[in-house]
Design a protein. Sequence first.
Length: 601
Amino acid sequence: LRVRKKSASPTSFRLTEKFILLLVFSGFITLCFGAIFFLPDSSKLLSGVFFHSSSVENDPNPATQGARPEGEGTHPGRDASPLQGTPSGTRTPDPLESRTRSNPLRHHTPSNNNNTIHFSRINVLLHLVLSFTENMGTHSNFVLSSTPQMMKFAWESYKRYAWGSNELRPVSKQGHSSNLFGNIQGASIVDALDTLYMMEMYNEFEDATEWVEKNLDFNVNGEVSVFEVNIRFVGGLLSAYYLSGKEVYRRKAVELGEKLLSAFKTPTGIPWALLNLKSGVGRNWPWASGGSSILAEYGTLHLEFMHLSKLSGKPVFAEKVMNIRKVLNRLDKPQGLYPNYLNPNSGQWGQHHVSVGGLGDSFYEYLLKAWLMSDKTDEEGKKLYYEALQAIETNLIRKSSGGLTYIAEWKGGLLEHKMGHLTCFAGGMFALGADGAPGDKTGHQMELAAEIARTCHESYARTNLKLGPEAFRFDGGVEAIATRQNEKYFILRPEVIETYMYMWRFTHDPKYRQWGWEAVQALEQHCRLDGGYSGVRDVYAGRPSHDDVQQSFFLAETLKYLYLLFSDDNHLPFEHWVFNTEAHPLPIIRKDKTDKLSDLQ
Ligand code: DMJ
């Protein structure tokens, strides 16, 4: 002991040790002086990162306090401008270029700088040191569970155990493929591309690009869901193209789109649900009301197909989806509602079941977004959306005795007082559409949106695991609770977080970030396993039983919407982008670009 004590004494330092100490000390002093003299510009940035301005102080969300900037990856460079090669050949400024390179969990943007506090250089330095040490300790849990960290873990787990398969089985640590994708592989890779890019995980994005170049193959003998392949693969490829400018993504998207065209070979042009990519033979789900096509499937092609026409210069894609509109316009709508089933041979409705959740949901979403994506030139899309919304409000939206607003399901005029997790996306949709609502209804639609968000939050809050059930009911004495065993599961779905994200963007009410943070904690606690993230079988159980699937939409949507919930508003701003139903951002097609597409609209 004595010997050690002696050797540690400063008086006993040897010359070389003294020299090293001097070097370190003088390095530190130089750093401080450098920072003091070069801080004017960075002080703004640092004040956003390390200090809480007034609005941050009001925010109770632990997620938003004391965040440190994520290490930035290396930008992979662009082959070309994301919007080059359009039919009109004019370059539209890349909306992404204008965004801040910000930490997803940082509140303040240059545009929010009114309330940025300007500190003296010395103060900035002092706070920098203090915040750094503070963050090292108290916020380590938070830093670990922040969204990019979650994405990194989900991605690396998939890469380690299931690379090239469609999805990951995180318990059995192997690949998984549902029958939705036929023999197409790599759903998680394509679905994750834009999330990786947005989170500046450029090395991972490059790995994914290499896989797409070498392995993504649509010449497969297998039957795919036209809807699923469109929203995940076509949507994912289009967004990857618009974000990165890499030609391979444009080429692959158009190649797949061309294959999907065979699905439209029906007497009415309403596409089949299923298609064999090799033979080009289509059919419908055997369970769907006498061979009907499904509203949410044939009604969720519009955004992607308009972009395919734009990027390929071929009007055929836009023609196919505009024809779907024509068929629908000719039909009578019971009470103004759109039934979930439509026979592609006869052009007549099947069973009169109506839903804003499964089987109906994204049809309504795409009416609104078709209008927004057309730079508000698609007046028909707008009219159809607001008319449909009116019919939904009259016939499906109800308030429980406990004061929770919900959207019921309609079966031939009778209401089933059940709301699906899928239906929870509608809060975000109502908020997104509120601004354009006719007849002074903006405020009303925002209220409706907020009420749906609250109800969906309650469906999470009333469970043991604090994750939402697949469906919850408002009958038999319960409110926002699943009563049937087969409705108690949670498969990492995004819709509730999607609504929080839209509500946050439009209201800046901190409760939406607080609710998002609750979801992050529940996901980390109950869904994160050694081998990735898994869904759970019963959200009311004391302990989670895992379903062993990391859904590709967890990477495409759930984590992306979480990231955007905690990002600056100018990160993929709504003035420039719309999200397809799988959360793949597509740029708005500007009306000043007169091309074939505008004619078709
Ligand atoms: C996603 O594939 C899409 O959001 C789709 O519109 C509905 N279902 C899943 C996620 O729950």
